[in-house]
Design a protein. Structure first.
Length: 308
């Protein structure tokens, strides 16, 4: 019998919530569809396809950027950076962006992808390797980030060969021109708060507590003792090595199998979905304002790219 006991509190605010710590932070955008206002489905009866990406299917995720939208803004920022560096006499090529793992999208409710479990356990898959970019010179780096070493926290660089360096360097200029003029710190804080609070409330609901018990019972039958479905993510033994052990993979496979047989993911998702809809309705005015400003960010990025 494999016995591991970890509390939900240990992972609350980390693996379960980290996606919204970034996606709903300042710089998030609306999707085209409006927030639903109809009565939510009862737990476990949603007709939505919920095979992956649970966090990004929650109502509050409509206030976060999609991967394509993020790429759009990053591309616009790169255009500004290249122009800015050229003004200072530097021929600068932005390094390629590392591919992100979409598997992390499922971690709000623990591991959700059975194929991932078989290959990587609870580890993230390795990032795709990209060609090592040429490192800019010391002078170019100082203009790029607006500081001396250690970058970017060192002494500020304000001029280069008599020309004024933007605050934060060319990167700071790019961020300011693409995003910051449309920042909505209050709206983003509300969106983040809803994401955090809805998760907290969801684990207190009886339907979710019952599903946890069924999942835990299923795991015991397979030889693993965990109190709740987020506990395996906090098993430090699993992350001592860069690749998953056979024990970790066996646990992960059992975990996803038990989630499926108990319908835990659907129950948990639908419970939190209902909570979020109520919270969003109470902050409709503020969140509508966030949508508007986020849409303007995207329009601004598109304009910059068209002018390039």
């Amino acid at each position: 019998m494999h016995r591991q006991h970890f509390t939900l509190r240990a992972v609350f605010g980390s693996a379960a919530l980290f996606i919204f710590a970034t996606s709903c932070a300042e710089g998030t955008s609306p999707r085209d569809e409006p927030v639903a206002t109809t009565e939510p489905d009862s737990p476990g009866t949603s007709s939505k396809p919920l095979s992956s990406g649970y966090a990004m299917k929650l109502p509050i995720a409509s206030f976060s950027f999609t991967e394509d939208e993020t790429k759009l803004m990053k591309s616009a920022e790169s255009v500004i950076v290249v122009r800015c560096m050229k003004d200072f006499g530097f021929d600068f090529t932005p390094p390629p962006r590392e591919a992100k793992s979409v598997t992390t999208m499922d971690r709000r409710y623990g591991l959700a992808d059975p194929e991932h479990a078989k290959k990587y356990g609870y580890h993230l898959p390795p990032l795709q390797k990209t060609q090592e970019p040429l490192r800019p010179s010391k002078e170019a780096t100082e203009v790029l980030v607006g500081s001396k070493e250690p970058y970017p926290t060192g002494e500020k660089v304000t001029t280069y060969k008599g020309a004024q360096v933007p605050e934060g360097g060319c990167r700071g200029k790019a961020s300011k021109e693409v995003r910051k003029k449309f920042d909505d710190a209050d709206g983003a804080s509300i969106a983040n708060g809803i994401s955090t609070e809805s998760f907290r409330q969801s684990i207190q609901q009886q339907a979710v507590a019952d599903a946890f018990q069924e999942w835990s019972s299923c795991m015991r039958k397979k030889g693993f003792t965990y109190k709740d479905p987020l506990s395996p993510l906090n098993n430090e033994e699993f992350f001592k090595d860069p690749v998953a052990s056979s024990e970790e993979i066996s646990t992960a496979v059992a975990d996803t199998q038990c989630k499926k047989s108990t319908r835990l993911l659907e129950i948990w998702f639908n419970t939190e979905e209902a909570i979020q809809k109520e919270m969003i309705a109470l902050k409709k005015k503020e969140l509508d304002g966030l949508r508007v400003l986020h849409a303007k960010k995207l329009q601004n990025a598109q304009r910059i790219l068209k002018e390039d």
